[in-house]
Design a protein. Structure first.
Ligand SMILES: *Cc1c(COP(=O)(O)O)cnc(C)c1O
Length: 378
């Protein structure tokens, strides 16, 4: 249906734009949202097994990650499909800093005897190696939510290989623009396409990307029989978002670098977590491993009340959960009870003019006038 064989010779940015388009005389440039639950015999069958719109999304995402992508209704459905494929009682080792939803799902599965969950500080490679004996899966997230911890994917995948343990990487914060975990030897990459890939805060979708067709087959089976197929409109919007993913990431991370630097100098800010800052513990590793530092950052103010106060004062930056949209959003992350520092604000830096973002944040923080922005009006 689409002409994607030739993509190997194309650069990343070109793939994002060109892969997954219909071909042939008179074909539309974009695969439309095909609103059908059932198809005439001879091609697609029943929409729960796969749809033309999701196929197009998968072709494009697979070309960006260097693997075979399988689309899911949400990021959590993608996480669940990967975990559900484990045999009963399997031991999963998860990095200490992972998305709270994924951790809650793992705990829930553990309580039901479905798996055994161990947690490891994956920045400590000696501890990581020791944790892998007898494990069935190592679950990583880098950079992590919300502390922006960067993990050494190359080294951890090597340890996984030595121990015969498949490594799964939640790469939602990085997107394929900034890193490709499969190239380091990961067995699967998980994405919440709700975030940067969709990019406009108007859809929910997820994906699992694996190295080849053989590995994709059981992932598709989980999707089909758990009924986690995304709708046609979602797949259409996610692919539309993906077309501009490289541009949006570049613009947003440029803004994030400026904002992180100014926050680090602000007297009301006690710490900043952003791998782009030279002093950040993940800086050196991220410089080697990633093609940029991304647009997520977190920072702390002195207390929970102070964090709420700051967030109540912003006007441009929307106080909301989720991330990865064109608009800047922020939230006090500890409200999810995930062990984040109490005064921690997670900021998803958007693609607005950076001085507007800073003026909003600086004013909300009660900035000493003019810090980093001489045009600050009040
Ligand atoms: C949001 C998120 C998920 C879950 O994705 P949904 O689309 O909300 O189901 C998983 N991992 C990370 C890192 C996320 O930020």
């Amino acid at each position: 249906m689409s002409n994607d064989e030739g993509y190997a010779g194309w650069s990343f940015d070109t793939r994002a734009v060109a892969v997954g388009r219909p071909t042939g005389a008179g074909a539309p440039l974009n695969t439309p949202p095909v609103f059908a639950s059932s198809f005439r015999e001879g091609g697609n069958d029943y929409a729960r097994f796969g749809t033309p719109t999701c196929d197009a999304f998968e072709a494009a995402l697979g070309a960006l990650e260097g693997g075979v992508a399988v689309g899911f209704a949400t990021g959590m459905a993608a996480c669940a499909a990967v975990l559900e494929d484990l045999p009963s009682g399997a031991r999963v080792v998860a990095a200490a800093n992972i998305y709270h939803g994924a951790r809650t799902l793992m705990r829930d599965m553990e309580e039901r005897g479905r798996l055994v969950l161990d947690t490891v500080d994956a920045t400590d490679l000696t501890a990581a190696r020791a944790s892998l004996a007898g494990a069935a899966m190592l679950w990583l997230e880098s950079p992590s939510n919300p502390l922006l911890q960067v993990l050494d994917l190359e080294a951890l995948c090597r340890l996984g290989k030595e121990a015969g343990v498949p490594v799964v990487v939640d790469s939602t914060f990085a997107t394929p623009v900034l890193q490709n975990p499969l190239a380091h030897g990961a067995a699967a990459v998980v994405h919440s396409a709700t975030k940067y890939i969709g990019g406009h805060s108007d859809l929910m979708m997820g994906a699992v990307v694996v190295p080849d067709e053989e590995a994709a087959e059981p992932v598709r089976r989980r999707r089909t029989f758990h009924g986690a197929m995304p709708g046609a409109m979602e797949a259409f919007l996610a692919l539309r978002g993906l077309r501009t993913l490289p541009l949006r990431i570049k613009a947003a991370q440029q803004n994030a670098m400026v904002i992180a630097g100014r926050l680090a100098e602000h007297p009301a800010v006690t710490s900043v977590f952003y791998p782009g800052l030279p002093g950040d513990p993940g800086h050196e590793l991220a410089s080697r491993q990633m093609r940029g530092f991304g647009a997520m950052l977190s920072f702390c103010v002195e207390s929970e009340d102070r964090a709420d106060e700051v967030l109540a004062r912003t006007r441009l930056i929307v106080m909301a959960t989720s991330l990865g949209g064109v608009e800047s959003t922020a939230e006090r992350r500890n409200r999810w009870n995930e062990g984040a520092p109490t005064g921690l604000i997670r900021l998803s830096v958007g693609i607005e003019a950076v001085e507007d973002i800073w003026r909003d944040l600086g004013t909300a923080l009660g900035q000493p006038r003019g810090l980093g922005d001489r045009s600050a009006p009040e």
